[in-house]
Write a protein that binds this ligand. Structure first.
Ligand SMILES: [Zn+2]
Length: 274
């Protein structure tokens, strides 16, 4: 699961390369869109919404039939493995061609979406059907910390470790930030949301961590960018806690609504059960 900050960076890169470009060809390698042809559509903008990537396309001018097509939104969700790459003409792709799901060719550059789990194309006016379920976007222009805290409070028996990954509460936190936020707030991963005194502090920390990292190539939660240990607990099972020296532990927490179990790293000493 990518974090909101990496989707933000991927989106900014695509927007810079593609905005204003007209498509010379499109090639969809997903069954539902196999016959779709977006030739002559132009890329209006590429924007992030939580961990979703929205490419807004303008149709070619109405032809002799007088029929004007609608603006479309190409939605992609990168999930675990997905990524968008940009290539010059004749440049070798960094991933095998059979893993490409979308190929969009423009005069300037070719954008290739590899291993993208979800690719959908909808009229832009229906875009909200795809992302309307998301809570406030941590990196969005309309970020709303009060609403995010209210969404958390709505299910007081839910464990905080599970709630932080629930994109319906707030959008953008992936597993790395989930673990780091819990550590920095000294919260046991299974503590119930209703038992946490200062939920706004949790929400504001999430916003601060994603914001300071959104334009950095390397994700850091421990302080300076050049530090040897960029993260407090994530991926450090068995290694000494950077604060107290106790071994970092790991437990599996089912995520909602997907149900998949995700490893949660934590320090049993710094994050005691309440
Ligand atoms: Zn510790």
């Amino acid at each position: 699961m990518p974090e909101g900050d990496s989707v933000y960076r991927a989106t900014a890169r695509l927007h810079q390369a593609l905005a204003g470009q007209t498509l010379l060809s499109s090639n969809f390698r997903v069954p539902a869109l196999a016959t779709t042809d977006l030739t002559d559509y132009s890329v209006h903008e590429v924007v992030p919404a939580g961990k979703h990537l929205l490419m807004r396309l303008r149709p070619p001018a109405a032809g002799s039939s007088g029929f004007a097509a609608k603006p479309l939104t190409l939605h992609s969700h990168l999930l675990m493995e997905g990524r968008w790459d940009l290539y010059a003409d004749n440049e070798r792709w960094k991933k095998p061609a059979h893993t490409a799901r979308v190929v969009l060719k423009t005069p300037a550059v070719t954008a290739v979406g590899f291993d993208i789990a979800q690719v959908r194309l909808v009229p832009t006016e229906q875009e909200n059907d795809l992302i309307g379920h998301l809570g406030p976007d941590l990196l969005g222009a309309d970020w709303d910390p009060e609403l995010a805290a209210d969404n958390l409070r709505r299910n007081p028996r839910q464990g905080i470790g599970q709630a932080l990954l629930d994109q319906r509460i707030m959008a953008g936190v992936g597993n790395v930030y989930r673990c780091e936020i819990l550590f920095l707030r000294r919260l046991h991963p299974l503590v119930e949301v209703g038992q946490i005194a200062d939920l706004p502090a949790v929400v504001n920390l999430a916003h601060r961590l994603l914001t300071i990292n959104k334009d950095r190539p390397r994700r850091v939660t421990t302080g300076q960018e050049r530090t040897r240990e960029p993260l407090w607990v994530y991926g450090r099972a068995g290694k000494p806690c950077l604060r107290c020296g106790s071994p970092i532990a790991m437990l599996k927490i089912p995520s909602t609504p997907e149900g998949a179990e995700r490893d949660c790293y934590w320090c049993p000493h710094c994050q005691p059960a309440v």
